[in-house]
Unconditional design. Sequence first.
Length: 363
Amino acid sequence: MLEIFNVSRHHTNSAIAKAVKSLSQYGISSVVQDRFIDFLQNQDERFLFHVNPHLIADRLQLAEREALNLLVVALKEGIVSLNWDIQCPKCLRVDLALEKLGDIKTTHTCPCLDCRHTHESDADRQVRVAFSIDNRLRSLSPEANDPAFRDRIDAHYGVVSGHRLLTLQMFRELFPRETIPPNESLLIRQVTILFTDLAGSTSLYNEKGDPQAYSLVRQHFNFLFAIVDEHNGAVIKTIGDAIMATFTSSDDGVKAAIAMQAKMRDFNRSFASENQQLILKVGVHTGPCICVNLNDRSDYFGTTVNTAARVQGLSKGNDIVFTASSRSQSFAIEDIDGYIYEESSVILKGLSDPISVLRMIAK
Ligand SMILES: [Zn+2]
C-alpha cells in the first residue's frame, strides 16, 4: 500500500513541478517557481482549498499584485482553479458553490437553511476570491474543506475582494471574456476611475499623417497601460485616443496620474518641435458604481463614471484634475515637487450640486 501511495505522490509531485515550470513563459522567475512548487507539493491540504491569496503571497514572499499575477497565470495553465466566494453579511458563512464569475448575479441568497438572507452581490465586501489546486493535478480529501481554518486565515490576512481581481490588468488580459452574466450587475462600493485623453490630436494626425501619428499614440498607450498596471489598476477600455482605467484605491489612481504626466514629459523631450508633442489630459474621480457585462466584457457604469469623464474634460493638458473624493489619504499632494495647485468648485453638466476639484499643473 505504502508503495502505491509513494508512486502516486511521486507522480503528483512531478506533475506539479512540470506544470509550474511552464510559467517561465509569463516571466515568472525560477526562484518564485521553486517556492510555488514547494507550496503546492508540501502544504497541508487545507492550504490548497479556497485559499486566501494573501496567505500565498506571504508564504511565497510576494507583494499582493505579484501573487495575484502568479495565480492568474497558474489559472491559465490549469494549475489552480479560481473561486468566487460570497460571504453572507447576516450569518457570515461563506458560499463556496459559485464556480465562475459568470455564476454571480445581482443579488445572492445565503444557502444556509436557517438563514436564506438575500443581499446585493457587493464586489468590495461580500464577493472575495480564493484559489484551489486544480483537482487534475492533486485531488484533495474532504478534510481540505475546513471553514474554521479559512476564517482564521481571512481574519489574519484580510480577504482579496472580487473587485480587486477585476482591477488586475493580468486578469483582464488573460481572461477578457470572463464576466458576470448579461443583465446582471455587481455593486462596487468604491472605485477610483481615471480617464485620459490627448489634447489637439486632430492637428497631430493632420501634421504627421495617420501612420506616424498613430504610432505615437500607440507608444503612449503602451506606457499608460504599464503605469496603470504598476499602480494596481486595470485599463477597462480605450475610446479613440483616450483610456478609462480603474483602481481600488484613490492613492493608486492619483499616483498613476502623476506618473503618467512625468512619463509624457520624458517622451515629449525626444521631439524637436513643440507642435509634435503629445499633450495628455487626465481626470480622476472616486465613488460607487456597478460592474456589468457589456459585449461579454466587464465594464463600469454609473454617476461616478460619468463624473470622472467630465472631470477629465476640465483638464487642459500637462495637468491632473481630481475631485475631493480622490484626494489622497496617505500622502500630501501639496508636497509633490514640480506642480502648482488650483482648487475650485464647479458644476458639472448633468449634476445639480457643485463639486470641489483640485487641478495640479506642471510648473
Ligand atoms: Zn446567511
